[in-house]
Design a protein around this ligand. Structure first.
Ligand code: ADP
Ligand code: MG
Length: 455
């Protein structure tokens, strides 16, 4: 990590030095106004292997530099960096949305333009450990990465938090970028998408927003469940989706539940989402958890005895993010306190992590408190009565179980008289909606939550 950051700093320092030297040359060759408008706002990002990467504030700046100033720029770069100097442009994302989409073809071979994909390069197929829990998903992801837009379109990957959805879909993006550098890959979380769309409405730029999305070859939208209840966003996304789909562009989505449980999403959108291939990622078994830990260790120089890895794999069975977290804590403790990594240290670290975890309420506690509050019995809550007050109490209890515990909809459903998980999803959505306007219910819930916290 630290060496990565240091390396980035060095690249940035080189870039700043080189760019400042270029500016000194350019200053004497262009008008003051041109210099202030088009050159001063440019930020150097990195200089590596004679390629200088620049961040431009907007598309207009790109067009000016490439259209009017390219020769002056080229000369300055050759003088400062050398004959092999190359330039890569990156256009600041927020602002590039306000203008025409970035062009793919460089006007001069001298200039290459990049498209900021929002991807984390560390998420690859190579370091995505395969097990029964994700074999299908990984195979589908690789097929798509090899032939984006042609096979399995759209792909929807679903599963609980921390099980590798983001890793897998970003691996598709990274693979496509490596194999097809000319393709525009774009990763975005649904929350960011909503934010961008709201900005676009405010700035009267929805048309440009949509144009931006239509130039994408591989669109990855993470956690689409957050589109729930956002009708305008959904409608707009529906059109973006259709445009891309018709043009055989790849669409890759993730969600925390299967499509049929995506409540608060328009039916036509859900049906589009599940019109291609739907796959899931599950909790890895012990062997896969161990393999994941071994893989993480193999990347660094740390030596961790296998009994320690086995111990962690055995005791951390919540999700992969937590599994990684334990390993990181273990390595940190050993390095800070200069202690050998052994079973004793691993036990200490794990106990510590467990102790510091905010105590999670159990489903049983929530049921007891809710039943008491509504003056009902546990059997009432878990039974099949549809009486209004009982049904409401049941939905409140389910809502709180989802909100306050890590349990899946399925497990919660089981604990409420073996109900289907879709009943829990529905209860959650219902209460969530009611809470938007019902002040009294809001107060009731906060009182119950307080009482749960006291238990
Ligand atoms: P999700 O998006 O499903 O919440 P993430 O993709 O963020 O989960 O995964 C959580 C962490 O676990 C990430 O650091 C990721 O690299 C790691 N991880 C998940 N699945 C695997 C796997 N199969 N092999 C290696 N690392 C994994
Ligand atoms: Mg994720």
């Amino acid at each position: 990590m630290t060496s990565d950051i240091m390396e980035k700093d060095i690249l940035l320092n080189h870039a700043t030095e080189a760019w400042n030297a270029c500016l000194e040359i350019i200053k004497n060759k262009v008008t003051e106004k041109g210099f202030d408008t088009w050159f001063l706002p440019v930020r150097p990002l990195a200089l590596e292997n004679d390629v200088l990467r620049l961040l431009l504030p907007n598309q207009a700046c790109y067009e000016q530099l490439e259209g009017h100033y390219v020769d002056i720029l080229a000369e300055a770069l050759t003088t400062v960096i050398g004959e092999n100097a190359q330039l890569e442009y990156q256009i600041s994302q927020k602002i590039s949305m306000d203008s025409t989409p970035a062009k793919q073809e460089p006007v001069k071979p001298f200039i290459r333009q990049t498209f900021d994909s929002n991807l984390n390069e560390e998420y690859t197929f190579d370091n995505f450990v395969e097990g029964d829990c994700n074999r299908m998903s990984k195979a589908a992801a690789i097929s798509i990465a090899e032939r984006p837009g042609i096979v399995y379109n759209p792909l929807l990957v679903f599963g609980d938090v921390g099980l590798g959805k983001t890793h897998l879909v970003q691996a598709i993006g990274n693979h496509v970028k490596a194999k097809y550098p000319e393709k525009n890959v774009y990763y975005i979380s649904s929350e960011k998408f909503i934010g961008q769309f709201v900005d676009a409405i405010r700035e009267n730029a929805v048309q440009n927003f949509n144009k931006f999305y239509q130039q994408i070859d591989v669109l990855i939208v993470d956690d689409v469940q957050f589109f729930s209840g956002k009708e305008k966003t959904q409608e707009n996304f529906f059109h973006i989706f259709n445009g891309l789909y018709i043009n055989k562009k790849a669409i890759i989505l993730t969600s925390d539940c299967p499509p049929k449980d995506l409540k608060g999403l328009e039916e036509r959108l859900v049906s589009r989402f599940s019109s291609g291939l739907t796959v899931d990622v599950q909790l890895p078994d012990y062997e896969t958890r161990l393999a994941i830990l071994e893989r993480k260790i193999a990347v660094g120089n740390d030596v961790v005895p296998s009994e320690v890895l086995q111990y962690i794999a055995q005791n951390v069975a919540t999700n992969i993010r937590e599994l990684e977290g334990c390993l990181v804590s273990l390595l940190a403790r050993s390095s800070l306190e200069k202690r050998t990594i052994d079973l004793a240290l691993a036990k200490e670290v794990l106990t510590n992590i467990m102790r510091n975890k905010p105590k999670e309420a159990s489903i049983e506690t929530i049921q007891i408190v809710v039943a008491q509050h509504f003056d009902l019995s546990i059997d009432d809550l878990n039974g099949s009565s549809r009486k209004k007050d009982i049904a409401l109490a049941r939905q409140v209890a389910m809502y709180l179980c989802k909100k306050l515990t890590q349990n899946s909809y399925k497990i919660i459903g089981n604990k409420f008289g073996n109900r289907d998980h879709s009943t829990v999803v529905h209860a959650f959505q219902t209460i969530d909606n009611l809470l938007k306007n019902d002040k009294k219910l809001k107060e009731t819930l906060s009182l119950i939550e307080f009482q749960i916290g006291q238990k």
